[in-house]
Write a new protein. Sequence first.
Lengths: 333, 340
Amino acid sequence: MSTQAVQQKTLIEITDLKTYFYTEDGVVPAIDGVSFKINKGETLAIVGESGSGKSVTSLSIMRLVQPPGKIINGDIVFNGESLLDKSDAEMRAIRGNKISMIFQEPMTSLNPVYRVGDQISESLILHQGMSRKEALEQAVKLLKLVGIPEAERRVKQYPHELSGGMRQRVMIAMALACKPELLIADEPTTALDVTIQNQILELMKELKEKTNTSILLITHDLGVVAEMADRVVVMYAGQIVEQGDVYTIFENPKHPYTEGLLRSMPSYGKRTDKLHVIEGVVPNPLRLPKGCRFAPRCQYATELCHAEMPEITQVTEDEVVRCWKHTDRWEGQ
Amino acid sequence: MNQVAESIQLHENDTKNENILLQVKHIKKHFPIKGGLFGRIQAHVKAVDDISFNIYRGETLGLVGESGCGKSTAGRTILKLIEPTGGSIHFEGREITRLKEDEMRPLRKDMQLIFQDPFSSLNPRLSVGDIIGRVLKIHGMGNAQEREDRVKELLSLVGLSPYHIRRYPHEFSGGQRQRIGIARALALNPKFIVLDEPVSALDVSIQAQIVNLLEELQEKFNLTYLFISHGLNVVRHISDRVGVMYLGKLVELADADTLFEAHKHPYTQALIAANPIANPRLRGKKKIILEGDVPSPINPPSGCRFHTRCPYAQPLCKEVEPEFKDHGNNHFAACHFPIA
């Protein structure tokens, strides 16, 4: 919080981003008009269920969307420059350097045939022009930074010789090698056990304090969001349905989907008889509802909700919601 | 053997106790590791190493622990899907430990398993009707028409539609597939179901649907559940009693509220403290960070297996293995210095 108060400079701003997938069956609007920004030193969490478009958002920022996917609209401005105007070579100079990424599955995102040390030094040699020797020394320092014991021995090991938690630490060390300004963490702890998850989250918080790196955290785990985020974006079926600071989202959610998500979690306190349920399933992205995309599952939905898509409404200075309930045209309960 | 102690002796006569559905005594499962030129046995992975507990009729016993602690192996060994290396299992007062596969078959109707991954546990080449119908056929239930009727009934029971009977697994979402897995487990009117991470692969909003369904079915058919999961919130919600496993050992067992609020074992404490709470005002509070990773189950630490990571470890913990004993009110814990 304190860092946020001091630094209010925007690091990255995404405006009306649309990434569509042109499949044989039809067009899938994986991201459909998404706008948000991340300030320097801030942690923004994107929450959503499978298919909500949260991972495609991060791939779009990295310009790693593969065909048949395509960014068809909007802009991504990083440090005042549009990433969509960059050439492939310019993007390569940014990836792993200014913006880096931690993936969910540390086993598949590390190369099994290279030593850990060589994988960490690759970006140092490439982006920082270090010699191999210097880079390996730096790799040892980085492994120590992320809390790996016996770092000198570990740099010479292969990924299969490390446990899941250690591999994820190696991924973080790689991501931090070039002191990125933005760290994208896509479900960074989903594959890990809680005690290891706890270690990794504490590590990320500590590194953020030390380096003032901004973090874009993508997760479906509301416990992790509550632990880490300054601000939260809630996505549903390719759109942002609500955005606000972490306290507002958890204590005073405006969108029925956010409300439902929070209520459907087994509460940690008293044992209740029944869990709250959001009925139904996420809509098929090829046949999205005409009106609000959440309307078929929404307990408050009226005719208006089924007929017309609500626009994003600014509720307070820092809070937006996409719901007819928060507009002048609302006549329901 | 010291893990047994008085606690188990108390239950020694319980084999005939009507309220106990399943009794597990000193169960062990050691997997051999073969290697070298002649494929000799080099060592054993002690996946489950001498655990004892009862499961009472109509209850849900939760089993929690981190990956590799042996909770899934324990679940499968109890069902005799894996042969135990030692110990005994009594089901409804009858010892089933040494029963052969054909002697087990009639009992399989009573004991079922629901898997974590609804994507790989359903045969993609079979229609839903065949997946569930096959179970009925193997156990010689009814003719083709009766079986089809039963499958349709089961589908409605788990919240799917009878017309789904001709569909194939790929046509369903994750939550719906898990419902098919549940229908299959219910097909033979079981008494006891082992649920191995049944909601871990599902989205939050779908998790709630499945958890509610499981509770409804339990009430309707008086089912007994062993609910294995690493998700502490779900376990707390659904379980009557909860057991905590660490490196092949049961370290604590108590009713759910006691376990979460008045635990005795430092590992239970650390596990619960590590569980992120969905309340941003509580962030960073009273976290106990466990150092390092879980040690290898091939060569587990001496004495108390948790002593290498335990913040309260004393010299004694390294030397002597603590007894798994009753601290009153059926609150079992294996610790030399239990938390008061």
